[in-house]
Ligand binder design. Structure first.
Ligand code: P6P
Length: 342
């Protein structure tokens, strides 16, 4: 259970109190505020749906070779507007861009690097299912004259902040600055995010898993074994029945797990052996893993802790097992025991 908040505390007030407590510095505080302001603008665009002329494909592709939705491009542009940054950032990197984008010389340069997936789950937009913005903040290495992709290649443990904004029945910003995971709900009348769940906690045990079962025939052996045991329910070795959910929008699936527990899995599959699964390390797996760990959960790639992976490429992919700590441990042990027996 999370602590119900007695009185409305705005995101601004929360961050000021975190600054007074010495848990965030003014630059990072303002960067989080600017990202939150961009998410409010994206929420308005997403909320218009068909009335805003923003549904459907943009007719372009992204670095992943995926068709871009109009809202992918709109969300990316909103986040990139350098004039919004005012000295907090050195550069941005996005799922929608081949390479990072240093802040233009015309603007004062800050000390942080911002990575984001501007609209994760965008294939769901045209069917009115929840989507979201995922972001991760790193420090810019000292003494870098011109920021390049390589400056972003830091392990997830180096993140100073991470979060997502989910555009669902309500718009919620879920944020960590390294001291717990907290949820803020957008008060549309006031136009401000209000703290509604402080110190979210992922239940250690679960009976719910999230996976795209249509890929089952492409999984490696330990993954087949692990899911077979889940499906066997109380008659099988797990001795309990499991339920399944799959929204196919990582932000929505992870939000459900932060709220009531579960395990989210996007494993390696042999559909394209050159890729380590579908999800990207730098701006999907790492920020979500930080949020989950800060809420008492766990996140591995099936063998090791995601946040300790040393990145080699800006858009590299990684298998993802995250959520209730005890369940992630079972899935990870399955893979490690398989490896040990090879
Ligand atoms: P599949 C959305 O495209 C995404 O990147 C994640 O948000 C989501 O978890 C996953 O892909 C869904 O993948 O194979 O079910 O379409």
């Amino acid at each position: 259970m999370t602590d119900a908040v007695a009185e409305p505390i705005s995101l601004t007030r929360f961050l000021i109190e975190e600054k007074r407590a010495g848990r965030i510095n003014p630059d990072l505080r303002l960067l989080v505020e600017v990202v939150a302001r961009a998410c409010k603008r994206i929420s308005v665009a997403v909320g218009k749906g068909a009335l805003g002329g923003v549904l459907g494909d943009a007719g372009t592709g992204n670095v992943q070779g995926e068709a871009q939705k109009k809202l992918d491009v709109i969300a990316n542009d909103v986040l990139l507007e350098a004039n919004a940054w005012g000295g907090h950032l050195a550069a941005c990197a996005s799922e929608e861009m081949d390479h990072c984008q240093p802040i233009p010389d015309a603007y004062p340069r800050g000390n942080y690097l911002l990575l984001f997936d501007p609209l994760d789950g965008s294939s769901n937009i045209d069917v009115n299912v929840g989507v979201g913005t995922i972001f991760s903040v790193l420090r810019c290495p000292e003494g870098v004259a011109t920021v390049a992709d390589a400056d972003f290649l830091q392990p997830g443990t180096s993140q100073v902040a991470a979060g997502y904004c989910i555009y669902g029945p309500s718009t919620m910003l879920v944020l960590t600055i390294g001291h717990g995971t907290h949820a803020f709900t957008l008060d549309r009348e006031q136009g401000s995010f209000v703290l509604t769940q402080k110190d979210m906690r992922v239940p250690e045990e679960t009976k719910e898993f999230a996976i795209n079962m249509s890929n089952q025939r492409h999984w490696e052996a330990p993954m087949q074994d692990y899911v077979r045991d889940l499906l066997a329910g109380r008659e099988g070795p797990r001795g309990k029945d499991f339920n399944m959910r799959w929204i196919a929008s990582m932000v929505a699936d992870v939000h459900r797990i932060l709220t009531r527990g579960g395990i989210f899995i996007y494993p390696w599959d042999r559909k394209d052996p050159t890729k380590a699964g579908k999800l990207r390390l730098m701006y999907e797996a790492n920020p979500m893993s930080m949020l989950i760990e800060q809420a008492g959960g766990a996140a591995t790639d099936g063998r090791g802790r995601i946040l300790e992976i040393a990145p080699a490429q800006l858009h590299q992919r990684v298998p993802v097992f995250l959520g209730s700590k005890a369940e992630v441990a079972v899935a990870t042990a399955c893979h490690r025991e398989h490896d040990a027996a090879q």
